[in-house]
Design a protein around this ligand. Structure first.
Ligand SMILES: Cc1cc2nc3c(=O)[nH]c(=O)nc-3n(C[C@H](O)[C@H](O)[C@H](O)COP(=O)(O)OP(=O)(O)OC[C@H]3O[C@@H](n4cnc5c(N)ncnc54)[C@H](O)[C@@H]3O)c2cc1C
Length: 439
């Protein structure tokens, strides 16, 4: 007998696929046009029209794990659904499953007080508001969070916040009501990982100024509403601190695991769609007497793309399964691996598709440039590749430092002299008799 949760997941998958075909793909051109015409300070009406339809069909907040006695999907169950949503840049928001809201909702869900949840989480879950996460700063290398310079200073029953942030996704959105701000509350604390705190800043608080939208590869709003925001003597009540002073790093670690799986699964969906377009285009175009799809180089690329997608999907599903089984800490090497592998794979697949489309691959007709921007951004956002690779390598080194090579056969020590003598004496060409040094 098939387990009920499998049936439930299959039913969600079918409904999601049907919704994508009926409502998402036919509306994408409109979405891009609205984004271009209305700009990054505006709400795109097509999204607001489709959200109630998705919600009515139960295709809503699917990213939420099981919680407080409510049903929810595990990371492994959600991953294939997330892949479907990732096929379109507009879909995640329609299903209320878009970053950075998902990460922020998870943060509020895991670390928020009941009051914080009632005020900020409930409207986010309902899709009535949006949110931002402000960590990265223009003036310091923010891939290393200990560098963050913004300050959160206690003043009576308030905190006073100062700092300049950028690449704060979502702050130009008129629906953005709440910003999760990371800064230093104890800059001199001896433990560098206890200097930071996270605090909830309502977007309309005096002193919060959204300076400008930032382009991403020249695009505004899609695929990312990046923006620069300054916080000048912003006062919020002490109750707005998340989890407690000095716990910012801990929250940052906790919020990133599922978010990275989501990003990677979306990129896998995006890459599948682009590979499909590559195949169709290569079949249709005839150059030098035969379809481009019959050129060996095209066949090679299609095959390599399929290999890369399948490898990345399996690795990402493994990371999702490990997240469910052993949590973010136990799965940290897998999560770091997918965060490097998936954007790199997607960039490569999209790059091959652009080549197959010729000049048209650089335009907007075929969705390749926006898709590439999305994939390329993720080699930086949520931590650059290099930082993840460092972590992968450190964990790899640690593993083997703790293992006995005699058991694994992985030793690398220089051979002892006695063993070398033995090898030399018993090898195929022992020194001839009378050779200097021979006994
Ligand atoms: C579209 C977009 C959306 C984003 N959204 C958000 C958001 O919502 N909120 C937010 O806070 N931030 C956001 N970011 C910021 C993103 O997380 C940072 O850009 C990223 O963490 C890198 O920080 P940085 O830009 O300060 O680069 P830096 O820290 O200055 O690093 C620059 C480069 O140095 C190299 N480098 C760094 N460390 C190492 C190392 N250990 N080993 C080798 N090389 C290294 C890497 O090549 C790296 O790319 C977003 C970024 C983009 C592009």
């Amino acid at each position: 007998m098939i387990a009920p949760d499998v049936l439930h997941q299959e039913s969600l998958r079918e409904r999601l696929l049907a919704f994508m075909a009926e409502h998402i793909y036919p509306n994408e051109r409109r979405y891009f046009q609205e984004a271009e015409r209305l700009g990054p300070w505006a709400v795109f009406p097509v999204i607001e029209e489709l959200k109630p339809l998705a919600r009515a069909q139960g295709l809503w907040n699917l990213f939420l794990p099981p919680h407080d006695g409510h049903d929810g999907l595990t990371n492994l169950e959600y991953a294939p659904l997330c892949e479907i949503m990732g096929r379109s840049l507009m879909a995640p928001e329609v299903f209320n499953c878009a970053a950075p809201d998902t990460g922020n909702m998870e943060t509020l869900h895991r670390y928020g007080t009941p009051e914080q949840q009632a005020r900020w989480l409930a409207p986010l879950l309902a899709g009535e508001s949006r949110s931002a996460f402000a960590m990265t700063e223009p003036e310091v290398a923010s891939s290393d969070a200990v560098n963050i310079e913004s300050s959160i200073r206690r003043d009576g029953d308030h905190y006073v916040i100062n700092g300049r942030k950028w690449y704060t996704t979502g702050a130009t959105d008129p629906r953005c009501r709440i910003i999760i701000f990371m800064g230093k509350s104890a800059p001199d604390a001896p433990d560098r990982h206890r200097q930071q705190s996270m605090i909830l800043v309502p977007a309309d608080t005096a002193g919060v100024r959204v300076l400008r939208p930032l382009p991403v590869f020249g695009f505004y709003g899609v695929p990312d509403r990046a923006s620069e925001v300054v916080f000048e003597n912003v006062r919020v009540p002490v109750e707005n601190i998340l989890l407690g002073e000095g716990r910012g790093f801990e929250i940052a670690q906790g919020r990133l695991g599922p978010g990275r799986i989501h990003h990677c699964m979306r990129l896998i969906g995006l890459s599948e769609r682009i590979l499909e377009r590559l195949c169709r285009r290569a079949d249709q175009r005839v150059a030098f007497g035969r379809p481009v799809s019959e050129q060996t180089v095209t066949l090679e690329r299609i095959a390599e793309a399929r290999l890369l997608i399948e490898q990345t999907r399996l690795l990402t599903l493994k990371a999702a399964q490990m997240m469910d089984a052993v949590g973010a800490k136990g799965a940290r090497q897998e999560i770091a691996m997918i965060k490097v592998a998936a954007p790199r794979m997607a960039c490569q697949v999209i790059d091959w598709a652009m080549q197959a489309f010729g000049g048209g691959g650089t335009g907007s007709d075929h969705f390749l440039t926006a898709a590439y921007a999305m994939a390329r951004v993720l080699r930086l956002a949520d931590g650059p590749d290099e930082v993840h690779r460092n972590q992968i390598a450190q964990l790899e080194l640690k593993r083997w430092r703790q293992t006995d090579p005699a058991v694994t056969g992985g030793g690398a020590a220089v051979l002892p002299l006695s063993e070398v003598e033995d090898l030399a004496a018993n090898g195929p060409w022992p020194r001839p008799p009378g050779w200097p040094g021979t006994n």
